[in-house]
Design a protein around this ligand. Structure first.
Ligand SMILES: C[S@@+](CC[C@H](N)C(=O)[O-])C[C@H]1O[C@@H](n2cnc3c(N)ncnc32)[C@H](O)[C@@H]1O
Length: 471
């Protein structure tokens, strides 16, 4: 046993308070918000990025306090597996025997100790205060003791102790070091065909906070104009994209977004929507379909492009509340929204271009959804692949002979990407086009015919795109 870290924290004996900076107030509002986010995620499967803005508003937090709450809530959510491994190493009982509210406090405290520059005493005492307020004095000593043990080593030392050996278990090693579940790291490795440096770069980029990307609405404003107004940079690949500087604040406050001249949209999503419109077509090019449209990001892009080309978009979405979001996103554009199951939409066939942006595991956008990597399970994938195959088949059925279908998922998992497309193309005899041609100027697209974008190569989400032509 490691003598420096006795296995049993000593309950009820808070470490003596040191002289020095004043103890933070009992209810530090930024940490309170972060803790409430962690709790909502754990208790009711909430999405951190949806609950946080509301909590910030309710606590009237802005500026540095809001930035701290965001950093702690998102950071602790993203690093949860790694934090849990370290917390577990400091306990004399299994982690699942720790009460949920206490575990939330431990995660929040551990994150501050390991991944921020917050002084140790502030990280520990502020978390103990929250634990006392939420769970009672009897747990304060326990939280204090565990956090003190965690604080005896920095993240690197903990990782050296807990991470599997790099040579004998490269995936387990990188998964732990970059705070990813092992199955996600393995899915990335299989898609990259690499267990070494490329995988490391991919997982590290996936663990970093992404820049906010905007899409200028085609026909309304150019990317140059949007960049000038927002102070962002024109995106490297999407003709409509702008990257906002880090820490630019809430993009929803910016004038072009309020005036609906631009939307927040990852550059990879923009590229995939535009790719559908770039595939060459003989014959008519007027009827476009978006078969999985909610909440309407790509439908907005397609609608705006359709408006400039005299085409019309039908947008199908199964969930009524998401269909409403599509209506809002496409207001004023030549788009008709239908609430229906894309597998049996009842729409008349004969579409010239069809987008299937299928429901997926979202493994390609984990960096944007802090808690998602710990929520998704490998057992989710088979059901998703089945649905994806059915939607792609329905899309081909709705396409005219010679028309094109873009199949897009925000995941690099091979069962959701090449597996689905290979299977449907074989059965339908659809021709798989070289999708790289519809991503001009984008480097490192491999051997084709599919396109797999990556955060570490392209700065985008890990979007997958295949383009098929109906025989
Ligand atoms: C990846 S999202 C699409 C994102 C959208 N294209 C965008 O850019 O904003 C997948 C959407 O498909 C919807 N969906 C799930 N099953 C469906 C089905 N059987 N038919 C139609 N839509 C479905 C989900 O509700 C979700 O809104």
């Amino acid at each position: 046993m490691n003598e420096r870290r006795p296995s049993r924290p000593q309950r009820g004996r808070p470490a003596p308070r040191k002289q020095g900076p004043r103890r933070p107030p009992a209810e530090d509002p930024a940490r309170r918000v972060a803790l409430d986010v962690l709790r909502a995620v754990r208790q009711r499967d909430a999405y951190a990025n949806l609950v946080l803005p509301d909590l910030l508003r309710r606590q009237r937090l802005s500026g540095r306090d809001a930035a701290l709450a965001t950093e702690l809530a998102y950071g602790a959510s993203r690093a949860q597996g790694m934090l849990d491994a370290i917390i577990a190493a400091c306990l004399d009982r299994p982690l699942d025997k720790v009460d949920g509210p206490v575990l939330d406090c431990l995660r929040l405290g551990a994150y501050q100790l390991l991944r921020t520059r917050i002084p140790q005493h502030a990280a520990v005492t502020s978390t103990v205060d929250l634990a006392r307020a939420d769970a009672g004095s009897h747990v304060a000593g326990f939280v204090n003791a565990v956090l003190r043990k965690i604080s005896e080593q920095d993240e690197d030392a903990w990782m050296a102790e807990l991470t599997p050996d790099r040579d004998s278990d490269p995936i387990g090693h990188l998964a732990m070091r970059t705070a990813h579940p092992r199955w996600v790291a393995r899915a990335f490795a299989e898609a990259l065909g690499d267990k070494g440096s490329d995988l490391e770069a991919a997982l590290e980029a996936d663990d970093a906070r992404p820049a906010v990307h905007l899409a200028a609405r085609p026909g309304e404003i150019s990317a140059d104009e949007l960049a000038a107004i927002t102070g962002g940079d024109v995106a490297p690949y999407s003709p409509y994209g702008v990257h906002l500087p880090t820490g630019a604040g809430d993009p929803g406050d910016s004038e072009p977004i309020r005036e609906r001249l631009a939307v927040v949209q990852d550059e990879g999503s923009q590229l995939c929507a535009v790719a559908l419109t770039r595939a060459p077509l003989a014959g008519p090019d007027e009827r476009w379909l978006d078969l999985c449209a909610g909440p309407g990001g790509k439908a907005g892009m397609l609608g705006a492009l359709a408006a400039t080309q005299g085409a019309h978009v039908d947008a199908v979405e199964q969930a009524p509340h998401r269909a409403k979001l599509v209506e809002r996103a496409t207001e004023g554009l030549p788009v008709t929204v239908h609430v229906a199951d894309g597998r049996e939409s009842g729409l008349a066939p004969g579409f010239d271009r069809v987008l299937v942006d299928a429901p997926c595991s979202g493994l390609g956008a984990l960096r944007r959804r802090p808690e998602a990597r710990w929520r998704r399970k490998p057992s989710d994938v088979p059901d998703l692949s089945k649905l994806q195959g059915e939607l792609l088949t329905a899309a081909l059925d709705l396409t005219r002979s010679g028309g094109v279908v873009a199949y897009v998922v925000c995941s690099p998992h091979l069962a959701e990407t090449e597996g689905v497309v290979g299977d449907v193309a074989r059965r339908s005899k659809a021709q798989v086009l070289d999708a790289r041609e519809f991503f001009p100027g984008v480097p490192q697209l491999g051997d084709g015919p599919y396109v797999q974008l990556w955060p570490h190569r392209h700065g985008t989400d890990a979007m997958f795109c295949a383009v098929l032509r109906k025989p």
